[in-house]
Design a binder for this molecule. Structure first.
Ligand code: UT7
Length: 333
């Protein structure tokens, strides 16, 4: 990648793709693993089932499937790609990045490649980072992927978290936008003071892997669900209002609001406060659970492929998660 002088006004998503493992884990299955019930999970989260990646595969396998679908939809081949950004907290290895592994799989040999770690907000961070590169003129074709295999870092004895997560990947191609379309604005925030609310304690330099960390299941997600819930309900609305009001729009102008799929109650809370219709706030948490950085691009791909998002639609995506991090984008499709 090198800096050229063809800075576009904005960027636009020209292709989407997604992938999910075949294996389904239902709430009924979970009833046989921990003390829980389908009724509790559905009423508290909206989740009915989630996908689980078979042990023979890893995050890069899901990423490759989603990325190839997005490239095909955009009419690009891997050698056209200048930049690959993968948002993930469940990479194949601590190093190298999953973006480099994906690059090798695709043979996208001209691309620069890197991962971004921003919890469930990862896709939003990755998309806006790619946007900067494309607007800066150093890149024309960016591939942005959100992939998680959260079931590999799930404590299957903790009913407070194991019912929530699933595996999946979503990808988009970002290119220079024609005038009047594309990304209008974005907001990115973080507050590291909330780091303890959602973290994987062990496996990094602070707590390297030992027999004891494994025995204590410290390589799995620990979450203060109540605090994250309150934080999410607040920052999602703040971020969206900032984007809408700052650009002279009303919630009712939105054709689609893509919210991070963490809890149906959070989604419904926001939808009702903004007086949006259900058809304008798509949901798939019932089928996938919380797939972290993959949740928004999977949902986006489903809506685009169903023909529910078309040229000229005003669209927003808002996410929140570990870090703490949150933020979103507003775009004219
Ligand atoms: O992806 C980004 C970050 N993650 C999130 O956005 C998650 C945000 N938080 C949430 O979605 C919710 O807080 C949860 C779904 C995690 C939990 O729902 P809640 O309504 O906040 O439940 P709670 O943690 O207050 O627990 C209520 C009760 C407790 O029992 P007691 O103490 O009242 O007797 C829990 O032990 O529900 C119990 N409980 C369960 N019961 C059956 C917790 N998990 C389960 C379970 N099945 N799976």
């Amino acid at each position: 990648m090198s800096v050229k002088s063809n800075n576009p006004y904005s960027t636009i998503i020209t292709g989407t793709g997604s992938a999910a493992p075949d294996r389904v884990l239902t709430n009924r299955d979970l009833e046989n693993m921990v003390e829980t019930s389908d009724e509790w999970i559905v009423s508290r989260t909206g989740i009915r089932e989630r996908r689980i990646l078979d042990r023979a595969f890893s995050a890069v396998d899901l990423s490759e499937q989603a990325a190839r679908a997005a490239l095909e939809a955009a009419g690009l081949s891997p050698e056209d790609v200048d930049l690959i950004i993968v948002a993930t907290v469940t990479p194949d290895h601590p190093t190298p990045s999953n973006a480099c592994l994906l690059q090798a799989r695709l043979q996208a040999n001209r691309a620069a490649a890197m991962d971004i770690s921003a919890g469930c907000t990862g896709f939003t961070y990755a998309l806006t980072t790619a946007h900067q590169f494309v607007c800066g003129g150093s890149c024309r074709n960016a591939l942005v992927v959100g992939t998680e295999v959260l079931t590999r870092v799930t404590d299957w004895e903790d009913r407070g978290t194991c019912v929530l997560f699933g595996d999946g990947s979503g990808a988009v191609v970002l290119q220079p936008a024609p005038e009047g379309r594309g990304l209008i604005d974005y907001t990115l925030r973080s507050d590291g003071r909330g780091a303890e609310l959602l973290l994987i304690p062990a496996g990094g330099s602070a707590m390297p892997a030992t027999a004891e960390t494994v025995a204590q299941r410290l390589h799995t997600v620990k979450m203060n669900g109540n605090e994250i819930f309150k934080f999410a309900a607040r920052v999602v609305e703040e971020s969206l209002q900032e984007l809408l009001q700052g650009n002279g729009f009303q919630p009712s102008d939105l054709k689609a609001l893509f919210l991070h799929q963490a809890n149906l109650r959070i989604i419904e809370h926001i939808r009702k406060r903004l007086k949006l219709k259900p058809e304008n706030v798509p949901v798939n948490i019932d089928r996938y659970g919380n797939t972290s950085s993959a949740s928004i691009p999977i949902l986006l791909d489903e809506e685009v492929r169903a023909g529910r998002i078309t040229e000229g639609d005003l669209v927003s995506m808002i996410a929140f998660g570990a870090g703490l991090t949150w933020g979103g984008v507003l775009m004219r499709w």
